[in-house]
Ligand binder design. Structure first.
Ligand SMILES: Nc1ncnc2c1ncn2[C@@H]1O[C@H](COP(=O)(O)OP(=O)(O)OP(=O)(O)O)[C@@H](O)[C@H]1O
Ligand SMILES: [Mg+2]
Length: 153
């Protein structure tokens, strides 16, 4: 079934903060601290708010499940794009996993149904964006790149 998208200019930082609030109690239950940086100034992206929220909540939920104690989300941008990095301090991906985690029904250790990242990727691509998984020093890192809107919010 084709999903209907309703695009509007919106401040991407606000959508990140709103999503982080929605996973707040999940984080509390897991004793995980969420830290969001880079959202001080409005940065416009042409987006479907409900869909992008769902994508971010999927990424937050994974990060919280694997995190030892913290999830750090960082918003960066240049003239063309916004870059949203989700970092956790968990075990990270297995090396051979990073290419496959976006496949439908791919489930690794402590996984669930294996759909979250496939859905997230589809949403990001509908926005003309990209998503990449890698490991950083302390755990898993997922970066979402979205085209920045020329219009102000
Ligand atoms: N932050 C992370 N750290 C380590 N492994 C991860 C992380 N996020 C995802 N993964 C791996 O990628 C797999 C796919 O993630 P995905 O979100 O698509 O599915 P899921 O979380 O297993 O189930 P759900 O459909 O409920 O989201 C996971 O099963 C897990 O092995
Ligand atoms: Mg998931």
């Amino acid at each position: 079934m084709e999903e209907v998208y309703d695009f509007q200019e919106d401040d991407i930082g606000r959508v990140i903060l709103e999503s982080s609030e929605k996973v707040g109690s999940l984080a509390n239950q897991s004793s995980v601290q969420i830290n969001v940086e880079g959202t001080e100034f409005p940065v416009a992206v042409n987006l479907d708010r409900g869909k992008i929220s769902r994508a971010f909540i999927n990424l937050f939920s994974n990060a919280i499940r694997y995190a030892e104690s913290r999830v750090d989300v960082l918003l960066k941008y240049d003239g063309s794009n916004v870059y949203i990095e989700f970092n956790d301090d968990g075990p990270g991906f297995k090396e051979e996993e990073t290419e496959r985690v976006f496949e439908r029904f791919f489930v690794g250790r402590k996984g669930d149904t294996g759909l979250g990242l496939a859905i997230t990727k589809a949403i990001v691509e509908k926005h003309g964006g990209k998503i990449k998984a890698r490991n950083n020093i302390s755990g898993a890192s997922i970066t979402v790149v979205l085209p920045r809107s020329a219009k102000p919010v």
